[in-house]
Structure formats: structure tokens, C-alpha cells
Design a protein around this ligand. Structure first.
Ligand SMILES: *Cc1c(COP(=O)(O)O)cnc(C)c1O
Length: 375
């Protein structure tokens, strides 16, 4: 086997929008409106519409989207925020940076996502919010989670950094909670040419506070009047141009990701190596196509020997990372076991049918080999 099927290929997406971005950037260089201005506002409007909400507030990155949301909701010292143990570290980091205490909840063994019953176990009088993470681009049962948050009187916040365009029962990621937080890191389903992020919400008050917090706490329309503690975390216009160009392609790219994932799922159906489950109400966007297999390292090596590049998301659960251990007073067995068993397959919209076929062929061989071990 000569060439390798790469895990991802960012360059393929860049090439698709290169001309549109060049044109948009040329106009921007003529206008010199680098912070704020029409390019940023156009994208914010388009992104809000895409997510089915009233407002989108562009920020510097996805971590800031989460932290600024907590700041704008006045959630901080003395408050607890529930977070799944299976997520990228930024979700937890943002809670700690806001001064609040992350309270880890274990995830469902089928989806590896947060579920209402595990959230219910950790709710208490100090809980102010639950951050649901649509990890891998999949959505958990948002009806149950929204009902639980509502009954408990706590804010529901969505970390949709991996879930641009995902839906639960037809409703877009980011539109269920008081706020939906997005990252546009280059490798995400919708990615900038650098760092970028956004918070979406239908709450006019919250949108106003987010615009204030991202811009040094400035009073709207003034330059040197600061109403609240803020920071500097704005979406710059160069990135907004890239995001507008890519947004036109997002649905097509997501559809291709889903089609590839369906092929993987069929090839593995009924065997000992499984793709992480997708709930019936979820229409996921497969930021990652994640396998679960007890002998992960053996399977990863076998796939590599057949020219199939894979990655692990994530090898160590957040609550076992040094900065966050002090917040974990319990075992989180599902997340801990999953960290030893997950393996992410090649997944990008421009994957050719020949590349998909090579992965399917390799999966067939891996499946046969693992079945032989089980027998
Ligand atoms: C990427 C990511 C973030 C952080 O986004 P940045 O733009 O890198 O700050 C947060 N949560 C999840 C689940 C992510 O995948």
C-alpha cells in the first residue's frame, strides 16, 4: 500500500473557498474595517439564521464563547456548573476560568454524551448551569436535558463546538439552551483561517451583555464608558469573510460526512468493533467518526499498517488531567473506560470514494481479526 488515507485534509476545504475569500479580503483591505463592521455583522446575522435563533455574537474562539457566556450570566465564584467528563478540555477550562466549580457528570455508555439521569445525580443547591457538549457532532436527548434544567431552575448551555448544523428532532444545535457556544477553529466542521468563535441565543438581554463583555465591558455606542467587567474577544472581519464563504458549503460538507459515516457503520454492523451510537432523534454532523473497541491500540496499529490514519479523542478524561483533579471526588467509570477504547477514523468531506473504499476494506479485515480473537 503506497499512499495513506489521512485522518483529515484541511487543504481540500481551503481550496474550495480560496477564490471567494480572496475577493472578500480584497474588499476588506480597501475598507480597513478589521474589527466589527459589515463583514462581521453579515456573518453574525447569517449564523444566527442558520442556527434558528435571533442573535449570534462573534468572539475570539470557542473557549471564550463558553467563558464569556458564563460571565454574561453572572455565573462565577461559589457556583457549580455541571459538565460531562467526556469532552475536550476547553469545556472545563472555561468554567474554571470564569471562577466557577466544574461538577463532572458521567456519560451514557451508548453515546458517550451527557444524559439527564447522570446530570440529576450531581445537581445541588449550588448548581447554576449545565453545559451539554455535542461531542463528535452528535446530540444527546435534548428534550430530557432541557426539561431537567428547566425543573431545576438552572441555565442550559450548549457546547456545540463540534456540532455546526447538527439537529435534535429537526432543531439545530445551539438553539435549545439559553446559549449555544461555537468554535470556528480551522479543523471544525465550519472553520476559519485562524481562531474564531460565536455564541448564539434568542435572549436579547444576554446577547447585549455578550456584546458588552467581548468588548471590554463597553457601553453600547461609547468608547470609554465601561459598564461591566469584560475582556477583548472579538471576531475579526478577515475571519468573518472566511466563515461566510464556508457557510455556503456547510450543509453539503455535513451531508458527505454523514454518508461516509453510514458506510462505516454498515461495514461494522453486528461485529465486535462498533461506531459510537447515534440516538434516533439526533442528526449528527460527524465532526468525528468514533469507533469503540476494547483492544484499541492493537486496532489502531493494524489500521496504520493498512495505510489508514486514525487519532484518539481523547486519551485522558478531563477529570484526570492535573489542573482539574481537585474537582473530581468520584469515579466516572464510563468516561474512564471510553478513553481507553475510542478511536477516530478518517473523516473529511472531500474524502474520495477510493479513500472510503480503502477504509472499508481495512475495517473488514480488522473486524475479522477481532472476531477471531473473541472466538
Ligand atoms: C474545539 C472545542 C472547544 C474550544 O474551541 P477553541 O476555538 O479551540 O477555543 C470547546 N469545546 C469543544 C467540545 C471543542 O471541540
Amino acid at each position: 500500500m503506497s499512499d495513506v488515507v489521512p485522518f483529515a485534509d484541511l487543504g481540500a476545504s481551503t481550496r474550495e473557498v480560496r477564490q471567494a475569500v480572496s475577493r472578500g479580503w480584497a474588499e476588506l483591505l480597501d475598507s480597513n474595517q478589521f474589527i466589527g463592521g459589515p463583514a462581521t455583522e453579515d456573518f453574525e446575522r447569517a449564523w444566527a439564521r442558520y442556527c434558528g435563533v435571533r442573535y449570534a455574537v462573534g468572539v475570539g474562539n470557542g473557549t471564550d464563547a463558553l467563558q464569556l457566556t458564563l460571565m454574561a450570566l453572572a455565573i462565577g465564584p461559589g457556583d457549580e456548573v455541571v459538565v460531562p467528563a467526556n469532552t475536550f478540555v476547553a469545556t472545563v477550562e472555561a468554567i474554571v476560568l470564569a471562577g466557577a466549580v466544574p461538577r463532572f457528570a458521567d456519560v451514557s455508555p451508548d453515546t458517550l454524551l451527557l444524559a439527564a439521569d447522570s446530570v440529576a445525580e450531581v445537581l445541588n443547591a449550588r448548581t447554576k448551569a449545565v453545559v451539554v457538549v455535542h461531542l463528535y457532532g452528535q446530540m444527546p436527548d435534548m428534550d430530557a436535558l432541557a426539561r431537567l434544567a428547566d425543573r431545576a431552575g438552572v441555565a442550559l448551555i450548549e457546547d456545540a463546538a463540534q456540532a455546526h448544523g447538527a439537529t435534535w428532532r429537526g432543531r439545530p444545535a445551539g438553539s435549545f439552551g439559553i446559549a449555544g457556544c461555537f468554535s470556528f477553529y480551522p479543523g471544525k466542521n465550519l472553520g476559519a483561517f485562524g481562531d474564531a468563535g460565536a455564541v448564539v441565543t434568542s435572549d436579547a438581554d444576554l446577547a447585549g451583555r455578550l456584546r458588552c463583555v467581548r468588548d471590554h465591558g463597553r457601553v453600547d455606542g461609547s468608547h470609554y464608558q465601561h459598564a461591566m467587567l469584560g475582556t477583548n474577544s472579538r471576531l475579526d472581519a478577515l475571519q468573518a469573510v472566511v466563515l461566510t464563504a464556508k457557510l455556503a458549503r456547510l450543509d453539503g460538507w455535513n451531508a458527505r460526512r454523514r454518508a461516509i459515516a453510514e458506510r462505516y457503520r454498515e461495514a461494522l454492523d453486528g461485529g465486535p468493533v462498533r461506531l459510537v451510537a447515534e440516538l434516533p432523534g439526533s442528526r449528527g454532523v460527524y465532526h468525528l467518526a468514533v469507533l469503540r473497541v476494547p483492544q484499541r491500540d492493537r486496532v489502531q496499529e493494524r489500521l496504520a499498517s493498512m495505510g489508514v490514519q486514525t487519532r484518539v479523542h481523547y486519551p485522558t478524561p478531563c477529570h484526570l488531567q492535573p489542573p482539574y483533579r481537585r474537582f473530581a471526588d468520584m469515579r466516572l467509570p464510563v468516561a474512564e473506560q471510553a478513553a481507553d477504547e475510542v478511536l477516530s477514523l478518517p473523516m473529511f468531506p472531500q474524502m474520495g470514494n477510493d479513500q472510503v473504499a480503502r477504509v472499508l476494506d481495512a475495517l473488514g479485515k480488522v473486524r475479522a481479526a477481532e472476531e477471531a480473537y473473541v472466538a
